[in-house]
Design a protein around this ligand. Structure first.
Ligand code: NAD
Ligand code: TDX
Length: 329
């Protein structure tokens, strides 16, 4: 199995999950170690996987690695919306050209391909509605990040239909768990509290996200690899929707702080209001059931992980906050 982006948040957790539960897979991680990638995230499984430091846009390297594998699980991406608003170029390069480069190699070598994508490709939903995204919902991305993820999904669909590439796609809701970069909402606030800085809420914090534990996401990916129908798309999400203000308050409570111990900062331009995935298909067809049903317990465990693993996140904290200050957030 070739895992692109395996030194990032979800990819590293996928590698951990796979070595524990599916030891039959021989894993190669292909990762460029951008600011978001960290080989330290693979430290506990370092002897069990082969690591290749390289770029998914490097066609010769990708050709060699794809030739030597059975299945490609494609996590590598530029993943942060705020960064994409500031500088979209690496998003177009990695998310579009990188996915194209991989697709061309799997096409030539007839390999199985699973593409990891996001609910953000569908745009957003009104905050106070019960509407949900379906696999058939038309794409309507808002940010350079989601536009390039939407484009990469379209490439996968076209390569499956026109060239018969054995591909599947999953679009997951927001993930949380260990090894998530401190630029993202939950780790940013946990580590702000831990370093004695004020947690930062964009705007009024009314925006809603569907928080899904990273292991539940990765369990779904394994089900799709084992039993998913080729050419199909599957939505993934816990069903647990919460507003950002509610998450902030829960986090502060779990960390022993006051309910108002945070500050409001400038809102994200074009900020998507709400995401919500209808997961009837993956539950019905593949029997996927999220195991982390208790978000409060999952968040408490994630807080504990950041408390205990300062060595992992501390080296990036300062540079991340410096970048946010430049963005006024
Ligand atoms: P991340 O930013 O933590 O990790 C991305 C990884 O990709 C890093 O290790 C980075 O070094 C690597 N990478 C970036 N550009 C590369 C390139 N050109 N060549 C090789 N490697 C490269 O991201 P994440 O949060 O783990 O997201 C993984 C995937 O899941 C992405 O495709 C993202 O769109 C998708 N996704 C994320 C979430 C979420 O909540 N984080 C939700 C749904 C879908
Ligand atoms: O400091 C913050 N304060 C804040 O209020 C940050 C960093 C974020 N927010 C808000 C913005 C969002 O409404 O919290 C929410 C979550 O923000 P992010 O963690 O940046 O995630 P989001 O923009 O929802 O995108 C995430 O989920 C979908 C991932 O980063 C994407 O890769 C994935 O596709």
């Amino acid at each position: 199995m070739l895992v692109t982006g395996g030194a990032g948040f979800i990819g590293a957790n996928f590698v951990h999950y796979t070595t524990q539960r599916h030891p039959e897979f021989e894993i190669t991680v292909l990762d460029a170690l951008t600011y978001a990638g960290d080989e330290a995230s693979l430290a506990p499984v370092r002897d069990l996987v082969r690591f290749v430091h390289g770029d998914i846009c490097d066609a010769d390297l990708v050709e060699r690695e794809v030739a030597g594998t059975d299945v490609v699980v494609h996590f590598a991406a530029e993943s942060h919306v705020d960064n994409s608003l500031h500088d979209p170029a690496p998003f177009v390069r990695t998310n579009l050209m990188g996915t194209f480069t991989l697709l061309e190699a799997v096409r030539r070598h007839g390999k199985r391909f699973h593409h990891i994508s996001t609910d953000e490709v569908f745009g957003d939903l009104p905050i106070d509605s019960t509407e949900q995204f379906l696999e058939e919902t038309p794409y309507d991305p808002s940010s350079p990040y989601s536009a390039t993820k939407a484009g990469s999904d379209m490439l996968v669909r076209a390569w499956a239909r026109s060239y018969g590439v054995a591909a599947t796609i999953s679009n997951c809701a927001n993930n949380y768990g260990p090894y998530q970069h401190v630029e993202k909402f939950i780790p940013r606030q946990i580590t702000n509290v831990l370093v004695g800085a004020m947690p930062k809420l964009y705007g009024e914090g009314r925006n809603v996200r569907e928080w899904t534990h990273v292991d539940d996401h990765n369990a779904a990916v394994h089900l799709i690899l084992a039993k998913g129908r080729i050419g199909e798309t599957y939505l993934i999400g816990s069903g647990d929707e919460r507003g950002n203000l509610e998450i902030m308050r829960l986090l502060l409570e779990l960390m022993g702080r006051g309910a108002d111990d945070f500050e409001h900062v400038a809102d994200r331009p074009g900020h998507d209001l709400r995401y919500s995935n209808d997961t009837t298909k993956i539950r019905g067809e593949l029997g996927w059931v999220p195991q982390y049903a208790d978000f409060r317990a999952g968040l408490a465990a994630t807080i504990a992980w950041y408390r205990e693993n300062e060595w992992w996140w501390k080296p990036r904290k300062e540079a991340t906050e410096r970048r946010y200050r430049e963005l006024g957030r």
